[in-house]
Design a protein around this ligand. Sequence first.
Ligand code: ACO
Length: 448
Amino acid sequence: AKNVGILAMEIYFPPTCVQQEALEAHDGASKGKYTIGLGQDCMAFCTEVEDVISMSLTAVTSLLEKYKIDPKQIGRLEVGSETVIDKSKSIKTFLMQIFEKCGNTDIEGVDSTNACYGGTAALFNCVNWVESSSWDGRYGLVVCTDSAVYAEGPARPTGGAAAITMLIGPDAPIAFESKFRGSHMSHAYDFYKPNLASEYPVVDGKLSQTCYLMALDTCYKYFCHKYEKLEGKQFCISDADYFVFHSPYNKLVQKSFSRLLYQDFMRNASSVDDAAKEKLAPFSTLTGDESYQSRDLEKVSQQVSKPLYDAKVQPTTLVPKQVGNMYTASLYAAFASLIHNKNSELAGKRVILFSYGSGLTATMFSLRLHEGQHPFSLSNIATVMNVAGKLKSRHEFIPEKFVETMKLMEHRYGAKDFVTSKDCSLLSPGTYYLTEVDSMYRRFYAKK
Ligand code: ACO
């Protein structure tokens, strides 16, 4: 199979959200802390009728319907998620309800978990399957689904929720350049979920930022090394049209891109012009550790990289800024933003993606885009996802109602024997929602 990659995409996020500006005021944070300091506009969250299973049921059903894919044509289904609803039964098995109905139970794949990286693991598994000798000619389907919620405190405004589905096969408009890839994996306690009774993570915010940036640097180093070995020339940020980052909050994405420019400067790469070189010169002797601590370097490199950021990164930031961190779906929601913003202009472009999951696992990889053929074309993917329409039809909650919802969700997490309000008035038609968890912890869903 040639040009294996993403044929089709669909995105779903809850219609319920809270404005960061309002949350800022409510939390008593200084004005601009969440909107400018973190760079976030709005945050989506699940109410008691939605969870990672309902969101993924919605996203999978919608993808199959909108691209007219017969469920029998799916041969592999992989889910990435870090939202634990059951320690044994996979989210994938819940999604099998869609396929069983159509007489298809011959579907490989289960769930992959490591913080925000699980979606990338699922994606690589599907791509590898299509490229392998065990491929049976059918499509792979990847689902990234998460509800990111934090305890009250500084991390709470970096929540979010969404599910993304991606159809995988040959001759894709979004094709993998599989040889260009760099990973970095190591042991860290930056963000983890050891308390199985709570949905909230234990998080060392500052450490997680540094781990993220160090992983980015290391992946970039390996990525460049492999590129140079295969292509016989140096790689620099000018060799890619767009950079898409896992997006816990936008400020970290800004810092990440400026870090790549700093790496290019240190490698004496052609992407850095003379004016930028002059400004970065004072930082050329910093050790690696010092460079992560230097506020001046952060400031100068962000300033120097601003024009390139506006061209190569800004178009990828819409959904993450509007919806928040979607954990496994976050990187792919950023990529979806790019398709939404630039669809027809993307043919021939190279896009570099950086996936990060705390704990930690990270990969930088490369995609090459083609217009493709209907229904698997970039313009049709943009139409189906309807990002603008979905963002516009949301319902804003006041912070007090958001906090109240979080309290109820804490209470419901891991609970049994309850029925939900079944109030799906805010959901759009076709959305799945949770109706009941019975005395045996079995979960039941309905479709609006
Ligand atoms: N106006 C403008 N900017 C402001 C204001 C203001 N009024 N107040 C603060 N800021 C800036 C700060 O200067 C800082 O920016 P900087 O990093 O450029 O200096 C930024 O806002 C954040 O403020 P801090 O005080 O540094 O951060 P805080 O302790 O409140 O927490 C954090 C932020 C660590 C990101 C927290 O939200 C968190 O722990 N989030 C979850 C962890 C996370 O997302 N990690 C990322 C990778 S791992 C993952 O994906 C889960």
